[in-house]
Design a protein around this ligand. Sequence first.
Ligand code: 4NP
Length: 172
Amino acid sequence: MTDLPPPRNPGSYSIAVVCLGNICRSPMAHVVLSAAIADAGLDDRVEVVSAGTGDWHVGGPMDRRAAAVLTSHGYDATRHRAQQFQPSWHDEHDLVLAMDAQNHADLRELATDLAGTEERLRLFRDFDPLADDGDRDVPDPYYGGDEGFDHVMSIVRRTSDALVDRLARVVN
Ligand code: 4NP
């Protein structure tokens, strides 16, 4: 696991989680990570947003299978509306977390200042305590069955807990 990049403004932190469509993986990470941040009492200092590299679903709710898994674990999935990542977000967030290697490559292409962006552009599973060094993708569940969404949920929950431990050290 790597360290978090330092905050741009001491005492606060902003994270963007990004997948392809912003209807499955990054909304799940957004909801679960936001709840873990609130549980840790850090929600006055840490903000989370999510987006897709693609624009197909902009303005729409998350995938009903993602919403069902979140709801079954007690989370609120109703407030999500899909957004597309904008290049300016690279300059606005402390950390941009790509859900897979393709998302990471696509986000890198959008960087106007590559040197400044690279430190803050990471894979979500760089912070997964159980990630395998050879495979750091959060697998895209969109074309598969319900078990893919359960798998994403378990990755997202343990990685969010690990991120919150690090965030507490950075903003406290
Ligand atoms: P996500 O999944 O990137 O986890 O939101 C997908 C959602 C939609 C599509 C692909 C992946 N799509 O092709 O519309």
